[in-house]
Design a protein around this ligand. Structure first.
Ligand code: TTP
Ligand code: MG
Ligand code: MG
Length: 426
């Protein structure tokens, strides 16, 4: 019947082992081998020195990268330090290595893995390329970070055929032709389900989910698979014996609201039933810009005051630089600390006037730092700017519809019990 509204079909696309796959384009001889991305400096300098020693007749350089023998690449077993893995190839994941794992721990699981640092410039270039390929085919795309996007398939040719599989295949093929990279795509009635579906057949997979598949495909999954159920909410759900999304769906909305609050409780009920009507928002503005660093050794706010102060200043300068380059001002400045033992703390402060000035950011970050417990040793320090505005416009850079779903907040409570005043770092 003419005028019949097409079924809503939303895709979530996520690149496979993205940072690692980017390195495999440069070093195709490493395909299929376990590889971990992480560690700070580029260690390839040492590799080139050894190569020149071993093969003095070859002019080793950018044109010969694909000819470097595998034996010359740095291995995880040689690593000493406190870096973490940002990602790992699927071959390395078989050994249990994954994102956010300490490299020393990863080395125990898979010492033979190749260890390479991330090349952010190349990652960003390929990120732009794959997104451009998508918008040429399907214009309604929402950026969700460096390696993933939502795409509205509803009105796009092929977007309805086989539940979206035909269009998903075309996009996969086009991205591969343009970049040599693979991705996985989930197509579903909404963003919530599409995001879960894109993980079903990784790598290089396509998964199609229809409303009727909720019980079979979604309900058996752990609650943590819902984007917006973090570790804290999950722990609380577990304490009530709720492990899967199906178990969540079985609870009465009133019970969820009584235990998780009005907005989060109601939201939990909706997502458990696969309901989500958020639109795919085309022009997604950054929500914030941040920089952080993991220290080479644990630092103490009093004993290592000068060093910590210098690091904080540098991070603030970097954030200011990022804001200035992209043309934003930030209303809110925050810090993030990780203590030895991995407890994380964040504090933020909203300024009277938005800023991109390093000294102003530094002062705000210094004030935030005074609000945390500085008697414990620190592993990581980060500075974050948020509530961005574009000068000349008065509104927020990121509209509220882009904001994540509400999560239980216990900020005020945490402020109370860790609000110890310690020597200023300035
Ligand atoms: P992900 O899409 O989460 O992971 P991935 O692309 O490496 O692997 P998958 O095939 O499972 O999608 O993240 C994209 C990139 O972001 C990843 O390659 C490295 C980076 N990243 C970090 O820097 N830190 C992290 O904690 C995570 C999870 C990812
Ligand atoms: Mg990915
Ligand atoms: Mg991703």
């Amino acid at each position: 019947m003419a005028g019949l509204k097409p079924e809503r079909r939303i895709a979530h696309l996520d690149m496979d082992a993205f940072f690692a796959s980017v390195e495999l384009l440069r070093y195709p001889q490493l395909k299929g081998l376990p590889m971990v991305i992480g560690g700070g400096r580029r260690r390839e300098t040492a590799m080139f020195e050894r190569l020149r020693e071993a093969f003095p007749d070859t002019d080793w350089g950018p044109g010969t990268l694909d000819r470097i023998p595998v034996a010359f690449f740095p291995r995880l077993s040689e690593y000493a330090g406190r870096g973490v893995a940002t990602t790992a190839t699927y071959a390395a994941r078989q050994f249990g290595v994954g994102s956010a794992m300490g490299l020393m721990k990863a080395a125990k699981l898979c010492p033979q893995a190749i260890l390479l640092p991330v090349d952010f410039d190349e990652v960003k270039r390929l990120s732009r390329t794959f997104k451009r390929v998508i918008t040429e085919i399907a214009p309604v795309m929402q950026d969700r970070g460096v390696d993933e996007v939502y795409i509205d398939f509803t009105e796009v040719p092929g977007g309805q055929r086989e539940g979206g599989r035909v269009l998903a295949r075309l996009i996969q093929k086009s991205i591969f032709e343009a970049t040599g990279l693979t991705c996985s795509i989930g197509v579903a009635p909404n963003k919530l389900l599409a995001k879960m579906a894109s993980e079903f057949n990784k790598p290089n997979g396509i998964s199609i989910v229809h409303a009727g598949d909720l019980q079979r495909l979604i309900w058996p999954l752990p609650c943590r698979k819902v984007n917006g159920v973090g570790p804290k909410a999950d722990a609380k759900l577990q304490s009530f014996g709720i492990h899967t999304i199906g178990e969540l769906a079985a609870r009465e909305p009133d019970w969820l609201i009584a235990n998780f609050g009005k907005s989060y409780g109601a939201w939990l009920h909706e997502v458990a039933w696969g309901r989500d009507d958020r639109p795919v928002v085309t022009e997604s503005e950054p929500v914030g810009m941040s920089r952080e660093t993991t220290f080479e050794r644990d630092l103490h706010a009093v004993h290592d005051r000068a060093e910590l102060g210098a690091i904080l200043t540098e991070l603030c300068e970097q954030v200011a630089g990022d804001l200035q380059r992209k043309g934003y001002l930030a209303r809110t400045i925050g810090i993030k600390l990780t203590y030895v033992g991995f407890t994380k703390v964040t504090r933020d402060l909203t300024l009277d006037e938005p800023t991109a000035d390093a000294a102003t950011i530094r002062r705000a970050a210094g004030l935030c730092l005074k609000r945390v417990d500085l008697t414990r040793r620190l592993r990581l320090l980060g500075v974050r700017s948020s509530k961005l505005v574009k000068p000349g416009t008065d509104g927020p850079a990121a509209p509220d519809q882009n904001a994540r779903h509400p999560k239980p907040r216990d900020k005020a409570h945490r402020d109370d019990h860790t609000d110890l005043l310690f020597p200023e770092l300035d």
